[in-house]
Ligand binder design. Structure first.
Ligand code: DON
Length: 307
């Protein structure tokens, strides 16, 4: 398949839509970004990459980091993790509080904010300190990307903390139900540091390979997860990776995927490739508008949906 021609064609087709989204301004440090940007990359199992657009530009990975923290938590806690976090779609916005109250402080899944904050709490328990939990997630992301240059953006992390009332409310609510062990500010601060990591679509498409290959990095041969754990992460990405638009994403794209409010999306074609798109303008559910469209065109043109 001529992947380069296909993604070039996609870049042309989505360019009229670049003006339609809206950048995430609830994080002031992300509000000023030029939304007229687009990148798409794919990485095959032998390391071959195809890219179009600003595929080397670093952007804030935000909720895409939830895939990586969930991976580490699942590796250490396995199915015990589901005592504190579910694996059902929420049907609600990523930062919603209401369901958490009804459901006694147990987040529906690891990809809504409450779930990812809870995963961070579990990682702090496992590693002993916030600093180590942050560094281990960073180390894991560097390993799966085979790139030691990946760093967090302290300005973005501080901006989120300064305006993080809703996430602090979610953490406090979980704490009130005895479903958070560490100090609220410490857990949320560590979560924000993971969210503020910066990567490009080239790096992210490479980082997703372990999930396309049953938990094993096909290039370096490193095993991160069992096949069953890896498949379950893909199942949760498919059903919960785009919050209250997860059904739409499964319907229109047909791949396990995870979005972030920085405008990035990662996806996997099982047994074939890792994929990433980026365009900062978001749709009403907080997912990249152009990125979603680009992935929809990709599976239409290649037939590579899982269905
Ligand atoms: O906690 C937040 O609101 C952000 N750090 C992450 C949210 C996010 O990326 C939602 N994704 N589309």
């Amino acid at each position: 398949m001529d992947y380069q021609s296909i993604i070039n064609e996609i870049a042309d087709e989505v360019s009229p839509l670049l003006k339609d989204g809206k950048v995430a301004d609830y994080i002031p440090a992300l509000a000023g970004i030029n939304q007229n940007q687009f990148a798409m990359s794919l990485t095959l199992f032998d390391g071959t990459q195809f890219s179009v657009g600003q595929a080397d530009t670093l952007f804030s990975i935000q909720s895409i980091s939830k895939v990586f923290s969930f991976t580490l938590a699942l590796k250490f806690y396995n199915t015990d993790l589901y005592k504190r976090i579910g694996h059902e779609p929420s049907g609600n916005p990523f930062n919603s509080l209401v369901q958490l109250e009804y459901e006694h402080g147990k987040p529906r899944n690891p990809f809504i904010n409450a779930g990812a904050i809870n995963v961070t709490d579990a990682l702090i328990n496992h590693y002993g300190t916030c600093k180590t939990a942050y560094e281990e997630v960073l180390g894991f992301i560097r390993a799966i990307s085979d790139d030691e240059s990946i760093c967090s953006n302290e300005i973005v992390a501080a901006s989120e903390m300064e305006h993080g009332y809703r996430n602090l409310a979610l953490a406090n609510l979980m704490k009130s139900f005895n479903n958070l062990d560490n100090r609220v500010e410490d857990v949320v601060g560590t979560y924000f540091k993971h969210c503020s990591l910066e990567m490009s679509t080239k790096m992210l498409s490479r980082a997703m390979l372990y999930l396309a290959n049953d938990g094993v990095d096909p290039i370096l041969g490193v095993t991160y997860l069992t096949p069953s754990q890896s498949r379950r992460i893909n199942a949760v990405m498919l059903t919960c990776g785009h919050y209250d638009a997860s059904g739409d994403f499964a319907f229109n794209v047909g791949l396990p995927g995870k979005s972030g409010v920085g405008g990035g999306i990662v996806a996997v074609v099982p047994n074939v490739m890792g994929l990433s798109v980026w365009s900062p303008g978001l749709n009403a559910q907080g997912n990249s508008l152009v990125g979603t469209k680009a992935l929809e065109l990709f599976t239409d043109k290649t037939g590579l949906s899982i269905f």
